[in-house]
Structures are given as structure tokens and as C-alpha cells.
Design a protein around this ligand. Sequence first.
Ligand code: SF4
Length: 262
Amino acid sequence: MPKDQTVLFHSTIFGPVHSRRLGVSLGVNLSPDDGKVCSFDCVYCEAGYNSQGPGTTGLPSREKVKLQLRDKLSFMKSAGDPLDVITFSGNGEPTLNPDFPGIIDDVIALRDEFYPGAKVSVLTNSTRIFTREVAEALRKVDNNILKLDSAVERTMRLIDQPTSKEFTVERVVRGLKEFSGTGIIQTMMLRGEHGGMTVDNTTPEEVDALIAAYKEIKPREIMLYSLDRSTPEERLRKVEKPELEKIGRRIEDATGIKVQVN
Ligand code: SF4
């Protein structure tokens, strides 16, 4: 049986967490504290499936994010703590928060005030890049990290389970071209089973389709990663680092775009 829930962040500002890859990262969760709101329902989502519901706290307002982030940054600064990056992630898709564009402006202003050397990163599933205000906000941050898990329609629908039928690979690749040279495309590599169907975006055909999409999009960088924590679909298997690195080299050779493997 799929688990109802894996791990939720129970606050709007969380961390800081230390990682070898990002350094010291402070998280911003624009989704509820006790539920999930997303336009995808990925089989690997660490926050669990959408069926758990949106919880009771609602989406945090622009004012709430600003106040809580100011408090946290001011506290960290007076304690002499370091900060490398402010990262938007959390219990769902950050760009679904209607205050997202204003929140980006506030977060950039607070970063400039307290930690001008820190970066601002947004992890997005790319479903809202067609909305002008969202795309403009994404262009303002240092790292907009845009999801593309498969360039094969059937596989993308199986892995990401988009809630809208209008979201297609063809459309998102077209939209992602607007971030050519600036966006970072992030691809989750995995294999296993879901709903009686085989899930595997590491086959030569899948990687060829991704290479063709990356060549069209021309992102600044490509990030490949695999499973890390427990997932709502339990019949998924991690792609180990040596294999990820091999796939990464193939993509880099074919596209000339830098591939980072995590
Ligand atoms: S896009 Fe992110 S938050 Fe949404 S279901 Fe997928 S992994 Fe979870």
C-alpha cells in the first residue's frame, strides 16, 4: 500500500540545513505547514501524495513570509552564522502561492540587506512558467531550477502525474526555451513500478529523448539526481551514483551543457 505521507516541513521558514552540495541553506516553504499543494503528484515526492490533502494552515501570505524571514535572518546574522543560499522548496509547488512574485521581491531585498553574498534558488516543477508574472519572478533569482523528468509523454505522466491534462512534454519544452542560458534543468532518474506499469527513465530511448529536449532548451546547466528518502510509491529503486555519472557524461558529450550529478 502506498504511504499517505512521507515527510512534511512544519513551518514556512525551515533550517538552516548544511549540505556538501549547497553549503548552508535556509528553506522557504510557500505551501501549508500541515499538508501538500502541488500541480504534480510525483510518485517519488518526499512530501507524499496529494491525496493527503492541503491541511489546515493554508498558504503563507507575503507578509508572513517577510516577517518570519526577517526574524530568522536577523537572528542568524547577530549570531554570526553563515548562509550560502535561501532555497524555495517545501510541501508542494512554490509558484502556486498567489503571492509568489511579491515574495520573490521581498526575499531578494532581505537577502541583500542581511546576506548579500548568499544566492536565492527556486525549485519548481515548471507547470507555472507560462504565467508571465511567475516567469518574470523566476528570472530574478540566482538559480531557477526547473523540473523535466522525462521527455517521453507517457513516462512523464507516469512519474510526475500532472493534475492538468494540458501540461504536456511538448508544451513544457517550448516554455522552458524561454529560460535558455539561465535556467537549470533538474531531472530525477529512477526505475521501478507504479500502478502495474514499469517506470524507467534511464533507458537509451529515454536518455535520447532527454538529450533532444535539453538541446532545444539550452539550459545553463543540467542536474541529475535520484532517490534519497522514502517515497509514496514504495516500488521505486534508486539509480546509484556511478550509473548517474555515466548517464551524465553521455548527456554532456551530446549536448555540450554542463551536467551536475547529485
Ligand atoms: S513537483 Fe515536487 S512537490 Fe510536487 S509532487 Fe513532484 S516532487 Fe512533490
